[in-house]
Design a protein around this ligand. Sequence first.
Ligand code: NAP
Length: 449
Amino acid sequence: MSALRVAVVGAGPAGMYVADALVLPREGSAVPVQVDVYDRLPTPFGLLRYGVAPDHPKMKMLTRALQRTLDDPRVRFLGGVQVGTDVTVDELRAGYHAVAYSFGASTDRRLGVPGEDLPGSRSATSFVTWYSGHPDAPADDVDLSGVRTAVVVGVGNVAVDVARVLSRPVADLRVTDVPEPVLDRLAASAVADVHVLGRRGPVQAKFTVKELRELGELEGVDVVVDPADLVLSAADEAELAEHPAVGRNLELLREWSQRPLTGAPRRLHLHFWSRPAALEGDGRVERVLVERTRLDGDGRLVAAGAPSPLPAELVLRSVGYRGTGLDGVPLDPATCTVPARDGRVLRDGAVSPGEYVAGWIGRGPVGVLGTNRSDAEGVVEGLLADAPALLARPLGPDPVALLAQRGVTPVDAEGWGRIDAGEVARGQALGRARTKIATWDDLLATARS
Ligand code: NAP
């Protein structure tokens, strides 16, 4: 039987879990599978490498499992290939029996308030990219000089990540792979106050208790919570009863709201019922106009009074990720996701044979890394059920041969292995376990060395 050839677009956790589920031995299925995993970066693992906070080593350990999938002889890594430019989606659809899109949600949502684009205001995602040593974010991309007060807008786990990285002693990050120039800038930072703004109440906050708890354990940081923000309405109590896990967030917040300040050098203020009405400053952010909020009789969020100024030199907008299109792939403009039914891509409302979607670009930017595993398994179950029909279609030109004709040389698993080894070697030379290779030129040169 000829092999089912599948292209996966995006080598982040979602794409790697699709590849893993495809090669997983399963009862009753004798279809041999060959999987090509494409990524625009020369490195695999997407947000696991460039999104999961460097000081979350347990989560980073998932890299080992994903690497095992990449080591499977039926899985091929094609890094540094821009699908849509180097090879088109139509060419992939012609050259493979199936294509699974897992290119994530790569951009940030907008706040929609005046002054949002002033220098000094940036998306939290770009800050994460910077401290993660992403090659699109040069080390001098973030300037913390002169920043004493930072405001983080949003109360999801990304907000917690960036607030923690801004506040924690830089020595804690030396044991991670954060690039040296980034560490230098964090070490020189004089940030003393970080204000995190949640536009709704503590019951509606999106962060999870494990992540929240870490904020209270940072050395040299006092967490400040106003007990008045923690007073619950009857509607909050009802919501809490439905989501008991949120109760643990509340317990922590209540404990912190009672803690006396210790005079620590840094303070992390968690505010609820507060949102930015505008960002202001002369040529760059100098203050955030913070508006108190409340729910009106119809449950809509409205202003509860006139905004008051909060001086701040840095604003990190952490209000969620947003999916963007890929040429040749449908995108629902309302949800910024690829329209699909049970993981099968829809074109004009009908299932498009041989096209699948997994991860954030399919379900939206929600869920933790592990969510992608069950998501991918579901998608692959459908794909394998479709295999007889997919295999019946003759294939067009091999996209890998097309790349070669165009002079595009993908970074393969060995090339990635050289980057991996290079990061360990460079880290060890500095007395660290590893440090990220953080520029395109350096990554490509190391891959091809
Ligand atoms: P998120 O969980 O969707 O949180 C976004 C936050 O932004 C919410 O508090 C939201 O408030 C707020 N927001 C949205 N629009 C706003 C506006 N216009 N003004 C003010 N606030 C606004 O997004 P995320 O933090 O980017 O996380 C994305 C996903 O990655 C989540 O599933 C998260 O759990 C996951 N993640 C997990 C980890 C981890 O496990 N350690 C780490 C990072 C990320 P409303 O609720 O009022 O809309």
